[in-house]
Design a protein around this ligand. Structure first.
Ligand SMILES: Nc1ncnc2c1ncn2[C@@H]1O[C@H](COP(=O)(O)OP(=O)(O)O)[C@@H](O)[C@H]1O
Ligand SMILES: N[C@@H](CCC(=O)OP(=O)(O)O)C(=O)O
Length: 375
């Protein structure tokens, strides 16, 4: 079966820093490279930022839009313009493309997730290169990916990609932001995410003029993607032709080695796609039963409940120190749990006045932190 690659390009690479106009030569090289890879038999997905940057340039705004409404309006202007440029360039090479605009809300319902999965599969089967962006114009805060690094990692996981390339305006990850620290050490290979602590990587919150997430969201993306078995590379967007060399084995940029692909796609979805709506705190016995015993969560081990969650929402499960040890889908609302926390399951019908589920979170809907990387 052919390999699948997801390439994410950030605003900093798509636009010229001096003028804010599109970086046409970079875009043209990217289009040539991706079409070349597609012709070699790779299945290719492009996650492209730039809606806000291009819209801002089109409208002649000199500042980053601050209000949500303005940002959403600017993105609406820029997204169409950006796709027009991509379509012109890809069409010159006879490569069909598709626009896929997503919000987290499209993926949080399990059937929505499966639907998007099927659409991607169909597009790739047709030999199309999907061009993905967050649907900035309609996304509301609670259901935003917020940055395209995270979005690209979730897409890479969804399409079961072999590679995720994060193209940006630095050539690789450094031990500190190279803009601010001239002694920052380059990092070529990360075999597991704990190594980043050994390398003492610092990201600060610095980012290029129009970028959104900075380096921290790229590391987070690498964590999600490698946790799904996707090899991830941070490399410079100015040289898209390097993708071919990396695929041939050259050590360019920072490469993050993939962990084993999780066998359970549903648990990956719970851990990485759903937005937790509350917290449940457990006593030490319940923490052990869940973390080491592979058990379902029962009401008896719950000490405290926080947040306004409903049945089937995702919640964070914490030990008494507040450290997250698992995440899962609840069978009770926050109000119900307040009443039954600490009680034996036999007591639930009496207290609530109806027969509830035996478990607060069934183990099939529970992801412990050692099982999968939790965001
Ligand atoms: N440890 C680090 N290594 C490399 N770059 C870093 C680091 N910490 C912060 N950065 C900054 O992250 C920036 C890239 O992020 P961003 O501007 O969001 O790019 P993009 O638009 O490609 O998403 C770089 O320009 C760099 O200054
Ligand atoms: N969805 C937004 C981009 C969000 C984003 O993550 O931007 P960047 O840091 O440049 O990759 C847009 O198209 O402008």
């Amino acid at each position: 079966m052919s390999q699948t690659i997801v390439v994410k390009i950030g605003t900093s690479s798509l636009t010229q820093s001096a003028t804010g106009h599109l970086a046409l030569s970079t875009l043209a090289t990217l289009v040539e490279t991706l079409t070349g890879l597609q012709n070699q038999g790779y299945r290719v997905v492009l996650v492209s930022s730039g809606a806000v940057g291009v819209g801002r340039d089109r409208l002649g705004l000199t500042e980053r839009p601050r209000t949500i409404a303005l940002k959403q309006a600017v993105a609406a202007v820029g997204q169409g313009r950006l796709m027009r440029v991509y379509d012109d360039l890809f069409s010159t090479l006879k490569q069909p493309i598709a626009q896929v605009l997503l919000t987290r809300g499209d993926l949080v319902q399990r059937n929505g997730y499966v639907n998007v999965y099927n659409t991607f599969q169909q597009l790739l089967k047709l030999g199309v290169i999907p061009i993905v962006n967050e649907n900035d114009t309609v996304a509301v805060d609670e259901l935003k990916f917020g940055d395209n690094d995270t979005l690209s990692a979730l897409v890479a996981s969804l399409v079961e990609a072999d590679w995720l390339f994060l193209l940006t305006d630095v050539d690789r990850l450094y031990s500190a932001d190279p803009r601010e620290n001239p002694n920052a050490q380059p990092i070529s290979l990360v075999t597991n995410m704990e190594q980043l602590e050994e390398f003492q990587v610092k990201t600060g919150d610095s980012r290029s003029g129009w970028g959104t997430g900075g380096m921290i969201t790229k590391i987070e993306a690498a964590r999600i993607a490698t946790g799904s078995g996707v090899r991830t590379v941070i490399t410079e967007g100015k040289f898209p032709q390097n993708l071919e060399r990396i695929l041939q084995g050259e050590a360019i940029g920072t490469q993050f080695e993939p962990q084993n692909r999780p066998v359970n796609a549903r648990k990956h979805w719970i851990a990485n796609v759903l937005v937790p709506m509350g917290k449940i705190y457990l006593d030490a016995g319940a923490v052990r039963a869940i973390s080491q015993g592979g058990k379902s969560l029962l009401a008896a081990g719950i000490t405290e409940v926080e947040g306004g969650f409903n049945l089937q929402d995702s919640v964070q499960i914490c030990n008494l120190d507040g450290q997250e040890i698992a995440r899962g889908l609840v069978n009770y609302s926050q109000g119900e749990l307040q009443k039954i926390k600490g009680l034996h399951s036999d007591k639930i019908p009496e207290i609530l006045g109806y027969e509830g589920a035996d478990t607060v979170i069934h183990r099939d809907n529970l992801v412990v932190s050692s099982q999968l990387s939790i965001t």
